[in-house]
Design a protein around this ligand. Sequence first.
Ligand SMILES: Nc1ncnc2c1ncn2[C@@H]1O[C@H](COP(=O)(O)OP(=O)(O)O)[C@@H](O)[C@H]1O
Ligand SMILES: N[C@@H](CCC(=O)OP(=O)(O)O)C(=O)O
Length: 271
Amino acid sequence: MDNIRKKILDCKRIVVKIGTSSLMLPDDSIDYQTIDRMAYVLTVLRKQGKEIVLVSSGAMGVGLNLLNLPQRPKTIPEQQAIASVGQSELMNLYSRFFSHYNQIVGQILMTRDIVEFPESRKNAENAFEQLLQMGIIPIVNENDAVSVEELDHQTKFGDNDRLSATVAEIISADLLIMLSDVDGFYDKNPMTNPDAALFHTLHKVTDKEMALAGGNGSKFGTGGMATKLTAAKHILSNNQQMVLTKAVDPTVLFEILEGKEIGTYFVNEDK
Ligand SMILES: Nc1ncnc2c1ncn2[C@@H]1O[C@H](COP(=O)(O)OP(=O)(O)O)[C@@H](O)[C@H]1O
Ligand SMILES: N[C@@H](CCC(=O)OP(=O)(O)O)C(=O)O
């Protein structure tokens, strides 16, 4: 095992984030196999005594699929409606797949108000704590049906990379695992540069790293690499840790938690 990853072995409270690109197939249909494997792996981890929170994107992608729409519509109300349809179907899928493994899940939909108002934040914290105490896996997304950019009041997180770092902060998670369609952070976009080199460990995220991050590779996602790095920066500033890797086979979570050198590990340098 990589010595630097020893700290991962003790992680108990873990936030896992999965992006749209990992939940949808190239033909824009839903990737049921990934959802099923995620349900299996997260249930096993929970039964091993870990406390698991899943931050899942996909409301928009699943909604577009269900409504047979080829692309995201332009108006905000239309997007709200699609997310509303997609979110309930997404939760329906998770509930069904997790139930095959006898695992109960709960839904938490967040807006930025939850972090901006201390009382709301405390209420969210209580909900997470109670669910985890009851052995339930909370599944989190942004409340896309109501959180919209407004003029003088921001209710929107905008992307789930940032949301997952916020959730990790609120619940004082030991580790954030971000699952994407790329197996880590490279010195250039590996989808367009076959000679790109993977960073195995990063102790800081500065403008230099941010400049190496390109936009998103998927059709319905919003993040791209830049939002993952911003989330990593947030995690490091709270002295937390994060691993970024590929979702293609969710059993990778077992290997990450065994301390294997997978993906990019963001961790503060031991002083
Ligand atoms: N330096 C980089 N290293 C790795 N991936 C990068 C980099 N720059 C841009 N990317 C792109 O970021 C994409 C991941 O972002 P995104 O598609 O939004 O994922 P998700 O849906 O999981 O949030 C990759 O598919 C890749 O094309
Ligand atoms: N809340 C949105 C996800 C937004 C988002 O950040 O997507 P992604 O870049 O795929 O993680 C949805 O569920 O469609």
